[in-house]
Design a protein around this ligand. Structure first.
Ligand code: ADP
Ligand code: MG
Length: 242
């Protein structure tokens, strides 16, 4: 894994225990044909580098919308989202995409591996997307797969793997390009309880060892004990969960 991406045009992000993600007076609504749905109205929150944040809240409360704002996939209607000093609202869509590819890793509920790529190709895809795939990365990928207990699945395709195996690959894929931030949206939602616990344990271990910042949406109360902070989304507000 590379620390720097010298051929990148992405703004530089440094690693230290300081505010990393800042939501400042964020408002966001969705306009349907006949009504406007307010998701956030003046939301403020700071997430520090190295934090493991769990985000809970009822379905439809705006958790995925918040992750989309943190990744710059979506922009607030007003207010700002900063990753360190980078304000997404001041970047072009192309620069936000470049920023995201370099600095953010994703884990989804539905695994989202590419069905036509092998396990190893899926794992290396984030490096390929930023044009930073080197011969040494294949060795790193194989070591990572070995560590995951999936060394013999390198040439398999996703549909030949169990859900738990696919999600372990997806977790490794989220981290292979050495991003600052991992966003996980209900990563255990399609897994049984035991397999889900394994995947969360893996995420926790990888994120802690590599000093990443993790924001994970989950309904699993099992994670409360291992997170640094548990936030509850309700009526567009974030509050410490009880
Ligand atoms: P959660 O992830 O907490 O279940 P979401 O952030 O996905 O909630 O959605 C919050 C609300 O915003 C929901 O009522 C949803 O229907 C609505 N919503 C989400 N995305 C869009 C969109 N692109 N257009 C219109 N409404 C949306
Ligand atoms: Mg959601």
């Amino acid at each position: 894994m590379n620390e720097t991406n010298s051929n990148s045009t992405a703004p530089h992000v440094t690693s230290s225990k300081q505010p990393l993600i800042q939501l400042s007076h964020v408002s966001k609504s969705y306009q349907d044909a006949d009504r406007k749905q307010v998701i956030f109205n003046d939301l403020n929150e700071t997430i520090h580098s190295g934090e493991f944040i769990v985000l809970m809240g009822r379905s439809g409360s705006g958790k995925s919308t918040l992750l989309n704002l943190i990744s710059g996939i979506d922009l607030p209607d007003s207010g700002s989202v900063f990753i360190e000093s980078n304000n997404f609202s001041q970047l072009t869509e192309e620069d936000r995409t470049i920023f995201r590819r370099h600095h953010i890793g994703f884990v989804f509920q539905a695994f989202n591996l590419i069905p036509t790529l092998t396990v190893e190709e899926n794992l290396l895809l984030p490096l390929e997307l930023i044009g930073d795939l080197t011969p040494g990365d294949y060795k790193n990928a194989e070591e990572l797969l070995d560590w995951l207990g999936l060394a013999d699945r390198t040439e398999s395709y996703p549909d030949q793997l169990s859900g738990g195996e696919q999600q372990r690959i997806a977790v490794a894929r989220a981290i292979i390009h050495n991003p600052m931030i991992i966003l996980a949206d209900e990563p255990t939602g399609n897994l049984d309880l035991e397999t889900g616990k394994e995947v969360i344990g893996l995420l926790d271990q990888l994120v802690r060892e590599t000093h990443k910042t993790l924001v994970m949406v989950t309904h699993s109360r099992e994670v409360i004990g291992i997170a640094d902070r548990v936030l509850e989304m309700h009526d567009g507000m974030l509050t410490p969960a009880q």
